[in-house]
Design a protein around this ligand. Structure first.
Ligand code: ASP
Ligand code: MG
Length: 481
C-alpha cells in the first residue's frame, strides 16, 4: 500500500476494522435450485445468513444451457425459422420464470429481459448468415443462460427487500485467458478487479448477484469455464475476496458415499480437497473439478448443500476433512461406466514403446483412464472410453502391430470402480479388504491400479457386476445403509 499522509490514522483503523469484521460468504445456486420460481429460495436462504455479507452466484435455469448449445448448431445450419421458434420459446420461458418468482413483473425487469433477448437474437441471426460457429461464438451464446438468470435473481432479491445488483462474470471482475470453452482465471488481475467492484458494494450493504460460468478476456471477449462452470465462478470470487466460506447450493444433499441411483448411499460429512477432487474426477456431479483449486489455495471451506433441504448439514470440504464417521478409511466408492480395456503384448512393451503408443493415443484425443503394467513388461493394459475403442484399435493395428507389439486384445463393457479416501494412505490391508469383499461374491476383477498418492484404488470389472460390486464395497467400508 502506498503511504498517503492525507489519510488519517483513524480512517485507516476504521477501514481495516470493518474489513476484519465483515465476514463474506459466497453462495452459488445451481440450475435446478433456481428453476420454478427458485429465485425466491435464494431470498429465504439469505435470511438464514443475516449476519454475513453475501455474494450470490447463479447458474442458468436447468436446461437452458443445453438448449443454447443446440440452437447454436441450428443457427450454424442456417435454419432461421428454427432459430425464431427457439427465441420465442426461450423468451416465454424466462418470462414465466419471472412471473413465478415475482408476482408482478415490472417494466424495469421486462426491459432488462428484452435487452438480453435482443442481443441473443442478433448473434443467432448473424450466425445463420456467417454459418461459422467458432468456440469463441459458442461461449458467447452459452453465456446467455446466466445472463437471464442474474437479471431474474437480482430483481427477485430487490423485490423482496434485499438491495442487489446483477453482474455478469466479466462485470464482477473475472478475467480469464482466451481458452474458449475451458477458460482459466487470471487470478491476479481478477483479484484486483473483483476487489474494486464488489468490495465497495458489500460495504454499502448491496448484495452482488453474479452470473456464473463466464468471464471475459483482458480484451473484453466472453469466455466460459466449461459445463458446470458456475461452481468455478463461486470459488474464484471466494478466493478473490478471501471469503469465509463458499456454499454450493444444489439439488442433492452433498457428496454421496456412492451413486444414489445405484445403491442406497448417504451423505459424506467431510472431505479433504484432494478427496473431493478425486470424486469430482469420477464425475460426481456435485461440482466442476477445477472449482476446488481456488478454494484449496486459499483454504476456504466449501459446503455442498441442498436448496430443497437447507436444514441438512451437507458435505464440508476443507483442508482437514476429518471428523467424519469413525470408519473413514474409505469415504466413497465411485464409478466410471462405458469403458473398454485394451491389452497390448510383446517383449518389453512396457518402456519406451508404452510411452510412444500412449502418447500417440492421447494426441488422437483418446482419454486413457487407467493403466496397469506387469513387472515383466510383457504386457500393458489400459482403460479407455468404449466410444474410442474402434479408433484406438485401428491406430494400434496400423502403426504398431507386428512391429513393436505382437498381439492386442480388448474387453468391452467394463467399468472402473474406485474407492476413495486419504485414510488409505499408509493403512495396510485396504486392498485385501477390497478384493475379499468382491471375491466373496464371486466377482471377477479384470484389472487393478493404485496411484502412489494412495488416495484411490481403482479396479475394472464387467459392467454386469457393477451393482453387486458397489454394494459389496459399500458394505465392507462404509457399512450397510
Ligand atoms: N449453465 C452452465 C451449465 O449448464 C454452468 C453451470 O450450470 O454451472 O453447464
Ligand atoms: Mg453443477
Amino acid at each position: 500500500m502506498v503511504y498517503d499522509p492525507s489519510i488519517r490514522l483513524g480512517n485507516i483503523i476504521k477501514v481495516v476494522y470493518s474489513r476484519l469484521l465483515m465476514k463474506t460468504i459466497v453462495m452459488k445456486f445451481g440450475g435446478t435450485s433456481v428453476k420454478d420460481g427458485g429465485y425466491n429460495r435464494i431470498v429465504d436462504i439469505l435470511k438464514l445468513y443475516k449476519e454475513q455479507k453475501a455474494i450470490i452466484v447463479v447458474s442458468a435455469i436447468k436446461g437452458v444451457t443445453d438448449e443454447l448449445i443446440e440452437v447454436a448448431k441450428v443457427a450454424e445450419r442456417g435454419d432461421n425459422k428454427a432459430v425464431q421458434e427457439f427465441l420465442d420459446r426461450n423468451a416465454e420461458r424466462h418470462r414465466n420464470e419471472a412471473k413465478l418468482s415475482m408476482k408482478d413483473v415490472d417494466t424495469d425487469v421486462r426491459t432488462k429481459l428484452l435487452q438480453v433477448d435482443d442481443e441473443l437474437g442478433h448473434i443467432l441471426y448473424s450466425l445463420c448468415y456467417t454459418r461459422d460457429l467458432t468456440p469463441r461464438i459458442l461461449d458467447y451464446i452459452m453465456s446467455f443462460g446466466e445472463r437471464y438468470s442474474l437479471e431474474l435473481a437480482a430483481a427477485t432479491l430487490n423485490r423482496r427487500g434485499i438491495k442487489a445488483v446483477g453482474l455478469t462474470g466479466g462485470e464482477s471482475g473475472i478475467i480469464t485467458d482466451a481458452v474458449f470453452g475451458d477458460a482459466n482465471p487470471l487470478m491476479n488481475a481478477t483479484k484486483q478487479a473483483v476487489h474494486e467492484r464488489l468490495i465497495p458494494m458489500l460495504e454499502k450493504g448491496i448484495t452482488p448477484v453474479v452470473g456464473g460460468f463466464a468471464g471475459i478476456t483482458k480484451d473484453g471477449i466472453i469466455t466460459t469455464f466449461g459445463r458446470g462452470g458456475s461452481d468455478y465462478t463461486a470459488t474464484i470470487l471466494g478466493a478473490a475476496v478471501d471469503a469465509d466460506k463458499i456454499i454450493i447450493w444444489s439439488d442433492v444433499d452433498g457428496m454421496m458415499t456412492a451413486d444414489p441411483k445405484l445403491i442406497k448411499s448417504r451423505t459424506i460429512p467431510e472431505l479433504t480437497y484432494d478427496e473431493a477432487m478425486e470424486l469430482a474426477a469420477f464425475g460426481a456431479k456435485a461440482f466442476h473439478p477445477k472449482s476446488l483449486i481456488p478454494a484449496m489455495e486459499h483454504k476456504i471451506p466449501i459446503y455442498v448443500r441442498n436448496t430443497f433441504r437447507p436444514e441438512g448439514a451437507g458435505t464440508l470440504i476443507s483442508e482437514s476433512g476429518k471428523k467424519s464417521y469413525s470408519v473413514d478409511i474409505v469415504k466413497a466408492v465411485a464409478v466410471l461406466r462405458g469403458m473398454s480395456i485394451v491389452t497390448i503384448k510383446g517383449p518389453l512393451v512396457g518402456g519406451n514403446i508404452a510411452t510412444k503408443i500412449l502418447g500417440r493415443l492421447a494426441n488422437e484425443g483418446i482419454n486413457i483412464k487407467m493403466i496397469s503394467q506387469s513387472m515383466s513388461e510383457s504386457n500393458l493394459s489400459f482403460v479407455i472410453p468404449q466410444r474410442s475403442l474402434d479408433s484406438c484399435k485401428s491406430i494400434i493395428e496400423f502403426e504398431y502391430l507386428g512391429k513393436e507389439i505382437m498381439d492386442m486384445d480388448s474387453i468391452k463393457d467394463v467399468c472402473i470402480v474406485a474407492i476413495i479416501g486419504s485414510g488409505m494412505r499408509g493403512t495396510p490391508g485396504v486392498a485385501a479388504r477390497l478384493f475379499n469383499s468382491l471375491g466373496a461374491r464371486k466377482i471377477n476383477i479384470v484389472m487393478i491400479a493404485q496411484g502412489s498418492s494412495e488416495l484411490n484404488i481403482s479396479i475394472a470389472i464387467q459392467e454386469k457386476d457393477l451393482q453387486k460390486s458397489v454394494e459389496a464395497i459399500h458394505e465392507e467400508f462404509m457399512g450397510r445403509t
